[in-house]
Design a protein. Structure first.
Lengths: 330, 470
């Protein structure tokens, strides 16, 4: 956002104008301030408040009757093995997936923008545009379809993956249940999510890297920096803003992960190893008719989400605080 | 998808924390105390037993699953022949729970609801908002026969919970092994009667590079039904009655244990096609019905309809009773099967036209509508005598109906509208059984896990307990 400040005399006139309530001004405030605030209050704030209240009831969901039970639901959560498993899974997703996805996306972005010949103009790999389109392609497919496709790919006896593994002589994978084995279900599911998101972040990083002046690269090259060195020391620090935004946004998405996980393993996977909080919440509400308890899971999920965002902000602040040479640090 | 910003989440969360405390003493809005509605309004006669008023409309919501929903449309036409100025609206959905929840809370539920499928409303959640079907059972059907006499016995009992008759299950269903008669004839195999025979057949199947059984991850609990049905045949229905009544230690029964030990042997001998815990159940079923790589599949009689598009030519699908451990000492004859009615229709008490809901079910139970269902869905309804001996040319239907009649008095029925649906054990049991079938659980672990589910349900103060007797 930008703000313009005019010369002093105009500023005074503006100040005087501020005190008069003209129709223009009132309508401006009404349309641009009160209306959005009202919408925010009705559709954003009040559901949160309502949810917080429901979280402290034993509401069953199918009648208007409910008893206030205070913090009982939250206390119950602390000893609910299934919920704790789901929370641990969500934490694992948050810890692993954003890093993995962004590192992959960044690597692809660097290669297609600056991976070309080391001599001459800074260019991407030959045919970089093609790879860019290929990597973006999965992002245009809806999550539910991605899940359905991969559920078929992972099929133990009829799937492409085991078919391919058998073809290259790995017969021990005949009938191997990738999303049905307690050790592989989570990594296999994570791969699907990574596959779905990597293209979008590649495009984001490509745009950010293209914004870096070519002179910076040329100077680094003259100093003898290779491709890896320019990627880490030139590209990465200058796209850190994008990385931070991506990190938070991707984190919020993978804490949810509902669509992918539900399509791949509707019941939470072997030994609940792919169960997410959102799935557990959905099951408590809609399969077991415990809406109050499910809502308390939602409140905890909101808290975890905020905590995650806070941690990421803190980490990036620490990283940037040390590196004062970065002109673009805001 | 909603994409909230960090600031939005943070500020909303903070506001919620502050204001949640302030609002916590506010009472929720309630529509309890409303007058019961939908009491017909028309004149009550033998021909109009519920007093359906002229000019009203009937709102039915029907689960859109294997049987689809046009059979209710058909019944609607039958009804309109009698009540020309009544309109019938049938809404098809598979998201019963999510779509009906706001309507129940808002006090405008449908007049007739088919509460079925993976997304069904747990009965325990709505049982208090349901009207009973008592007067339907006393009414005469469109042919002038009292409805309770026109249907198979035991239907009312299946739909009764703690003395209230709240569910009419519409479709007669049987649990059985299904197999390809042509495949068995080709290899001169006979279906097994005992677990030991099954183990022997498993080895003959292996010699042909085939497996005995197959399972899919969403349908792993079908094999729980085999275990319990087998235990009932071996040791009596009390075994499953104790389980249904959540008695502590009910799963640790010597007869059930003997079944599970045999079952474990089948698993350890690799008689299942591997990988079922990671395979979608329809894909798994197709390996049996289309690829013929597994010999037997324990399932419900809807299987023919469900796999119609993925069944090999000349498959000759045929039904067979569940296994026993030892025929000589078994409590029930080998012909005994688990059969009852499913596809549960309920009457929400707050609906606008309860009389309409009842009348539509009365139309569905007419000979015309029931015969139409049997013929087009290849499954019998609860109305007697609608399936000819040749099963409309279907070996599966003919053999299922034969199995039901051979089972006769020894038929038991615990799994329809069963305790596991009532207490919503579904998701947890799938995890347990997928692991067991995958060879990752011992019999002791399986028993301990099932016991734990019972203990959890028994100690849940929010759910009213049901006393089952089979």
């Amino acid at each position: 956002m930008t703000t313009t400040t005019g010369p002093g005399s105009r500023r005074r006139r503006v100040a005087r104008f501020r005190q008069r309530l003209t129709f223009d001004r009132i309508s401006f405030v009404a349309v641009f301030l009160i209306l959005p605030l009202a919408i925010f209050g009705v559709f954003e704030l009040s559901p949160y408040i309502q949810a917080f209240y429901y979280a402290m009831t034993n509401w069953g969901g199918f009648s208007a009757e409910m008893d206030f039970v205070g913090f009982d639901n939250f206390i119950k959560l602390t000893s609910d093995a299934k919920f704790l498993r789901a929370a641990a899974n969500s934490a694992l997703l948050c810890a692993v997936l954003p890093t993995l996805t962004l590192v992959t996306a960044f690597a692809i972005a660097v290669v297609v923008t600056t991976g070309g010949p080391i001599i001459g103009r800074v260019t991407g790999l030959k045919g970089g545009g093609f790879y860019r389109v290929i990597s973006f392609f999965p992002y245009t497919v809806p999550a539910i379809v991605i899940g359905l496709i991969w559920a078929q790919v992972y099929d133990p006896t009829r799937g492409l993956l085991n078919g391919f593994l058998k073809l290259i002589g790995l017969d021990q994978f005949d009938g191997f249940p990738w999303i049905g084995n307690v050790h592989t279900a989570m990594p296999a599911s994570m791969f699907v999510i990574l596959w779905g998101f990597v293209g979008f972040y590649t495009i984001l990083f490509v745009a950010a890297i293209k914004g870096i002046p070519a002179e910076t690269y040329e100077a680094a090259r003259i100093d003898g920096a290779g491709r890896f060195r320019t990627a880490v020391s030139i590209a990465l620090p200058q796209v850190l803003d994008s990385v931070q935004t991506s990190y938070i946004y991707l984190g919020l998405t993978v804490i949810d992960s509902f669509v992918y996980m539900r399509v791949l393993n509707a019941q939470g996977g072997p030994d609940f190893s792919t169960l997410t909080i959102t799935q557990d919440l959905h099951m408590e509400a809609f399969t077991r008719g415990q809406f109050g308890y499910a809502t308390s899971m939602g409140v905890v999920l909101a808290a975890i989400t905020m905590l995650y965002a806070g941690i990421i902000f803190l980490i990036f602040r620490l990283i940037r605080g040390k590196d004062t040479d970065l002109g673009s640090a805001a | 998808m909603k994409k909230p910003t960090i600031r939005a989440i943070a500020s909303a969360g903070a506001a919620a924390l502050v204001m949640g405390a302030l609002l916590s003493c506010a009472a929720p809005s309630s529509n309890s105390g409303d007058e019961p509605t939908g009491g017909g309004g028309g004149e009550v006669t033998a021909d109009n037993p519920f007093g359906l008023a002229a000019g009203t409309s009937i709102d039915a919501v029907v689960f859109d699953g294997g049987y689809h929903t046009d059979y209710v449309d058909f019944a609607g036409e039958v009804l309109k022949a009698k009540f020309p100025d009544v309109t019938v609206k049938v809404t098809a959905t598979s998201e019963i729970n999510a779509e009906m929840q706001p309507r129940f809370v808002g006090g405008n539920p449908p007049d007739l609801l088919d509460n079925q499928g993976a997304q069904q409303i747990p009965l325990a959640s709505v049982i208090e908002s349901l009207a009973t079907w008592d007067d339907l059972w006393e009414a005469e059907n469109y042919e002038g026969v009292k409805i309770s006499d026109a249907v198979y016995p035991g239907i009312r009992e299946t739909g009764t919970y703690n003395g209230r008759f709240v569910q009419v299950p519409y479709v007669m269903t049987a649990w059985a092994f299904y197999y390809s008669q042509s495949l068995f004839d080709e290899n001169s195999w006979t279906p097994p009667k005992t677990w030991d025979e099954a183990l022997t057949l498993c080895e003959s199947a292996k010699a042909k590079d085939l497996k005995l059984f197959v399972w899919g991850k969403e349908a792993a609990s079908y094999w729980k039904y085999l275990a319990l049905d087998s235990a009932v045949k071996q040791g009596g229905v009390e075994i499953v009655e104790r389980i249904a009544n959540l008695e502590p230690g009910a799963w640790d029964d010597p007869t059930l244990r003997s079944v599970l030990d045999k079952f474990k042997q089948v698993i350890d001998n690799q008689c299942f096609i591997p990988g079922g815990s990671g395979q979608q159940f329809t894909q798994a079923q197709a390996q049996w019905s289309n690829d013929k790589s597994a010999l037997l599949y324990y399932t419900g009689s809807w299987i023919e309809n469900e796999m119609a598009q993925a069944t090999a030519d000349n498959f000759q699908m045929t039904a067979w009773p569940p296994l026993v451990v030892d025929e000589a000492t078994a409590a029930l004859p080998f012909a005994a099967i688990d059969s009852g009615a499913d596809e549960k229709f309920v009457l929400p008490a707050d609906s606008a036209n309860i009389a309409g809901g009842k009348e539509l079910m009365r139309a569905m139970l007419s000979k015309e509508a029931a015969s139409n269902f049997a013929k087009t869905r290849l499954a019998p309804t609860i109305v007697k005598d609608t399936v000819p001996a040749d099963g409309f040319g279907s070996t599966a239907l003919a053999s299922t109906v034969k199995l039901i009649s051979e089972s006769g008095e020894s038929t038991f029925s615990w799994s329809f509208g069963g305790y596991d649906t009532y207490y919503a054990f579904g998701p947890d049991e799938l995890v347990i059984w997928n692991a067991f079938l995958d060879g990752q659980k011992t019999v002791d672990e399986l028993i301990a896990d099932e016991e734990a589910l019972g203990v959890r349900a028994a100690s849940d103060a929010n759910v009213e307990k049901v006393k089952y007797s089979f």
